[in-house]
Design a binder for this molecule. Sequence first.
Ligand code: HMG
Ligand code: MG
Length: 305
Amino acid sequence: MNVLLPQHATIIEVGPRDGLQNELNQIKTNDKIRFIKALKTAGMKEMEITSFVSPKWVPQMKDASEIVSTCLDDTRNFVLAPNRKGVERIKETNVKAIALFAGVSNSFNQKNSNKETKDLLNELIPLVKELKAEGYFVRACISTAFYCPYEGKIKVNDAVDVCRQFVDAGVDELSVADTIGMATPAESHNLFSQLVKELPSTLLTAHFHDTRGMALANIYACLQAGISRFDTSAGGLGGCPFAKGATGNVATESVVYMLERMGIKTGIDLEKLMRAIDEIEPHLSRSILTPYRTLYNKEKEASIK
Ligand code: HMG
Ligand code: MG
């Protein structure tokens, strides 16, 4: 291999938030808490644990306050907020890392946040400045950075422009998303190379949904562009209820397996990650069938016989 790859990569586990926001079953708060704790035992140091969104819009996240009051510790626990109301609710807790979210495309923002892009940015950008002045770690999640389910292909310059507005306001991190899993490795390399070049002082994270099975290839392309932070979801859970066709995030186990086999350390213990999936799988509306998980189950079954 003739490209310089990082020795370490950071996994940001998004299963408890992106994964469970799209789940058909109403999962009990205690089962979510056991999942989050088991993920931490597997080595997760950064995690999106829940979101303070409208419970009318996303009932799956209505227990955000209980999750937060039980799961905070000295690792980085992100909580998402869609607006000032969400931020005010978070400020009543001990959360120190807040994630705000906005899409590049107008139609997605209308569906997801009930606002035009310009109105959404007019609300979020001052919030970033305020939160930074108060000492929070702020992450901006940028949806539809490659494709929008309603508007199609997004121009690279438009994605970079939205990212730059958040960077100028002072965010610590950008999580840049392929919301509906349509990006190719060439497109991933292209956008992330541009972000590395133009916004070098911000932590850059890639967030891939695996709708068309291209997420691992996209992550490899991102590694080549100098990216070493990846949002992933245990068991490949996930999807945005307001993005037509969005399915699960790239599975944490697939990414950890690939990176570790390439000599890139993640600090995640795969065996313990499987135990975290054991905690949540019985409560889900579907089985987890990622290749790593399927193989693991077969080997476990064979060892019992
Ligand atoms: P709206 O209906 O326009 O809100 O929704 P509103 O300001 O008119 O308020 C309506 C009601 O909601 C009021 O209550 C508010 O108090 C309440 P009522 O008076 O009717 O009883 N409300 C809230 N309650 C709790 N927490 C709040 C909140 N805000 C208002 N924060 C709104 C606008 C933004 C609230 C709504 O559209 C919403 O909650 N959207 C969230 C959608 C969402 O969670 N999407 C998934 C996360 S983003 C994602 O998954 C993408 C990502 O993974 C990256 C990628 O893959 O692309 C990050
Ligand atoms: Mg997502």
